[in-house]
Design a binder for this molecule. Structure first.
Ligand code: HEC
Ligand code: HEC
Length: 313
């Protein structure tokens, strides 16, 4: 008995030490930007499209209160409390105007603040980490090309222990892998483009993939739909399941939906998905639109009657 007790204490101590070690070794990543020569071009014009497609404007604008675009303050209600998006305009004091390129890329690639603290995944860096340096820097160029807005940030309204940024060290170990999207060699160029747009830029999975209680995405339920998801909305199953997913949708139905927001049953899409289309997918080229469709139609069927997709008339 006594020996067991001693062993348990020793194990506990070792566990504590290991955890402390992990926290102490949680350091800011070095960022080396892709070399200019031969790398994709960085352009503010392209970045402006991405600001919409990637939802940066949607989340970082307090539209309800008529605030300036990208100046932050939009409330995001989650099971952990309410997050208020920060000001990401070019203002050097209230916004991110004083950041370096490396600071900006580190935030999106590694979910890390310039001072080394971790971001909460309510900022969808789990998806953005898959973006190329050029796309990230194009977004930054588009932000810097817009006027600064000196709107101060609102602190998040989340309770202990969820407000502890160091705990994100463990969350990240469980649910986050940083790195640019890697093209799959056995898939077409269009499919890979579609995967890149869906997974990295438009972060469809952040709304349409179910989560564990700690907020991590259930990878084996990828895009299989979420009941009571973001803002209490149900984000339907996007897999090819014929009964609860998009299996009954033709390629044209999906393409049309992503451009105009009209569903297979003739309903106009509501709420936050409308923003995704209005500011994002509705502005994509026909080739990019078709690429998303090819990718979605290739998703293996997963039945999920909790969050079924529309099934026609
Ligand atoms: C789903 C909502 C959402 C979307 C979409 C979103 N963000 Fe954010 N973002 C947040 C939240 C919430 C935070 C605060 C996170 C924290 O405090 O840890 C944040 C933080 C940031 C920060 C850190 C600002 C600072 O002062 O430290 C930057 C930079 C940023 N976002 C840029 C972007 C860009 C660029 C995009 C588009 C590619 C984007 N965000 C899309 C919610 C969002
Ligand atoms: C911010 C959260 C969010 C993001 C990001 C998002 N969606 Fe949605 N989506 C929703 C919600 C909520 C609905 C349900 C809207 C409704 O029923 O009116 C929806 C509906 C849909 C539908 C209609 C399904 C049906 O049966 O009604 C499709 C298709 C769809 N989304 C595809 C996508 C794709 C593809 C992406 C990425 C390009 C994406 N969504 C990104 C939240 C989101």
């Amino acid at each position: 008995m006594r020996r067991l007790f001693k062993a348990a204490i020793l194990l506990g101590l070792l566990g504590g030490l290991a955890a402390l070690g992990l926290i102490l070794t949680d350091k800011k990543e070095d960022v080396t930007l892709a070399a200019a020569a031969g790398a994709e071009a960085v352009s503010a014009e392209h970045g402006a499209l991405l600001l919409g497609l990637a939802g940066c404007v949607n989340c970082h604008t307090d539209k309800k209160d008529g605030a300036a675009p990208l100046a932050g303050g939009r409330a995001l209600e989650t099971p952990f409390g309410t997050f208020y998006t920060p000001n990401i305009t070019s203002d050097p004091n209230q916004g991110i105007g004083a950041w370096s390129d490396e600071d900006f890329v580190r935030a999106l690639r590694h979910g890390r603040r310039p001072d080394g603290a971790n971001y909460f995944p309510s900022f969808p860096y789990v998806a953005y980490t898959r973006m190329t340096d050029a796309d990230m820097l194009s977004i930054r160029a588009a932000i810097m090309a817009r006027p600064p807005v000196a709107q101060p940030n609102k602190p998040h309204d989340i309770g202990f222990p969820f407000n502890q940024r160091w705990t994100m060290r463990f969350w990240k170990l469980l649910h986050f892998k940083s790195g640019v999207y890697e093209a799959k060699a056995d898939k077409s160029e269009a499919w890979n483009r579609g995967a890149y747009i869906t997974e990295a830029l438009a972060h469809c999975g952040e709304c349409h993939t179910p989560r564990y209680p700690d907020g991590g995405l259930m990878r084996d339920m990828w895009l299989a739909g979420v009941k009571n998801g973001p803002e209490g909305e149900t984000a339907p199953n996007l897999t090819s399941d014929p009964d609860t997913g998009l299996g009954g949708w033709e390629a044209n139905d999906i393409a049309f939906f992503l451009r105009l927001g009209v569903k297979i049953d003739g309903d106009v899409v509501g709420s936050i998905m409308y923003e995704v289309i209005e500011n994002g997918t509705g502005k994509l080229s026909l080739a990019d639109n078709a690429a998303i469709v090819e990718y979605l139609q290739s998703l293996p069927p997963i039945a999920n009657s909790e969050a079924p997709a529309a099934q026609g008339f």
